[in-house]
Design a protein around this ligand. Sequence first.
Ligand code: ADP
Ligand code: ZN
Ligand code: ZN
Length: 742
Amino acid sequence: MTERYARIIIDISHEKVDRTFDYRIPERLFEEVSVGSLVLIPFGKGNAMRKGYVVGITPHADYDRDKIKEIAGIVTDSVTAESLLISLAWWLKEQYGSTMNQALKTVLPVKQKIKPKEKKVLRCLLQREALLEAWKESERKSYKARSRLFLAFMDNPLIPYEIAVNQMNLSSATLKPMIEKGFVSMESEEIYRNPIKMKQSQVPRVLLNQEQQVIVDRFSKDYSEDLRQTYLIHGVTGSGKTEVYMELIDTVIQDGKQVILLIPEIALTYQTVMRFYGRFGSRVSIINSRLSAGERYDQFERARNGDIDIMIGPRSALFTPFAKLGLILIDEEHEGAYKSEVVPRYHAREVAEKRASLQGASLVLGSATPSLEAYTKALRGEYLLFLLTERAKKDSRLANVLVADLRQELKEGNKTIFSKNLKAMMEDRLEKKEQIMLFINRRGYANFVSCRSCGEAIRCPHCDVTLTLHNNKSLVCHYCGHTIPMPEKCPSCGSPYIANFGVGTQKIEQMTKKMFPSARTLRMDLDTTKKKGGHEEILTAFSEGEADILIGTQMIVKGHDFPNVTLVGVLAADLSLYTPDYRAAERTFQLLTQAAGRAGRDQKPGDVVIQTYSPEHYAITAAANQDYPTFYNQEMVFRRMMKYPPANVLLTVQFSSRNEKTLAASADAVTAYISPMTEEEMVQTIGPAEASVYKINDIYRKILYLKHENYDILIKIRDQIDGFSENRPDLFDLVLIQYDFS
Ligand code: ADP
Ligand code: ZN
Ligand code: ZN
């Protein structure tokens, strides 16, 4: 008798069980159990039932044949992982430091089968001749509704029930006798839920300009010669990158291959989907967190079955189960959202490179402000670099940028949030009935409440941060969600003189209304877009001219096209400059460039005013001059000097625990343990130090930074830490260690 064994990863994310376990496959399950299945197995001393993923099948077990346990059954409502995705999971685990179980969960963003949706349809049971007779008869007897249905059946023997009822006005009283007489039957059909609820309208094709054509030609040539590589398109805002993507996609799907297009979630708007849908119709689908579980499951099923060729979505769309993947595109490649915030902390760009190489696909990255990582690779020749230097639309030019020095304004006695230039330009645009966008870097920035008597700010009891005032009614912690009503008195000293200070989007809206009483304003931030479709509603209202001024956080600067916007004001460009993050200047440059890109998208020329307290900072001057290379060079000097990425690899080791003492002891012990190796390899070590927010949700966090130019050395150190922590349960049972490579 043949025997078969399954290598199984237990569905528990703990380092102690982070290896495969072998189980016998009982003969009755030979058919069903395959690589990627989720199965039920007895596990541990008490043989409690656990779930586990099958990652391999072998004829010989690595375990005593007499003691080996058997698989108990298969979890029938689970999605099976393709072996390609399992390979990707192994790679994620090794590359970023996670358990295999966590990695498997990552490559399976859709885990559960969801019952297909059913649609009721009416089927005509009459042959052509009989149908004609039946129609004539109903005409004679003036059975109007019946007649309409018979007539419709002549074109199509299947009519959706919903259309029969709602559009053809058929009542169940009409239908019942028709069914009884055997003219018609009511059936149900399984259908995929389609998240794209729009009609395809033909979008006129543009004639590519020369810069665009160069990219398309080179790509097509490489593609036809089976040369697969990574391309970086550095194109200014509005330079026609999306048009280029569509041509590349066309090339690949003509060849019978499939395409994944990643875009930041926030940019996945009606406008974007419309452009792709207009061009590629129902071969396109989307996936994102706003879809229902059923919708998401169906989109991955359609991809698996080859019913679609193009999947558009954020980070997790990378794991779309396409068998014939030919191309991955990452739009706005520099976006922070492409980095996962949970373990494994992967970067979509790196995973895309890996997946592309596993499946022989090409990779295309696009951005107006490439990440330093991507641009460095392009300069080294690892990526092929293309430039799009001009706005693609006829007569559309990049905006004029003006920097307003807020220190000077204050000296001249201007205490408002509007510099005199911005104020004058706003008045001008309001008069001309053109639109304005005002942009502030952060939601509820410094919008905390403090006491004028004792000076105490109201803080979250669980986290090391101040609470933020929302709608003048409640105080909310942005880290853990802790919410309290706005108190009447200071919780520390009882003084009634408490108030909020600082500038948030709500405050800016109030001040704008005060300064420009006749202007109509709209506000877009996390508060006003919470509900489903909130984004779309506000953007549509603004693009239809229902407001003169749109005020918002970074979410207003991403990718939208408002032809009537001719002025963009960045109220305080410094807010993102002095955050404790080595990427602060890069983020600031990106945000300012994107914001500037919103003005003058159409024929009317645009202006941008950047207000700042540091007008001479290179991130601000380079953004004002729209000069990426100068920014890149300056910033790389800083990164090299400080040994930050991409000049070096940075490994962030985070220790967290509810117990402050154990936390400190374990972080110190690890640092001491690895010190011989860090000294020998000259790994720069910083810390362990308290995280910038030390306590979140009653959990304390310490951080150790390790910097080295060689990734493999840092991986070795990580493995040392893992080995050490396994042998010291006294310290590490209460402490969680997480890794982040950048
Ligand atoms: P990006 O993705 O770089 O922001 P888009 O592809 O959205 O740029 O193009 C910006 C605008 O220019 C769009 O309205 C687009 O239809 C138009 N456009 C792009 N390429 C051309 C072209 N070759 N000729 C005319 N208009 C173009
Ligand atoms: Zn007080
Ligand atoms: Zn909190």
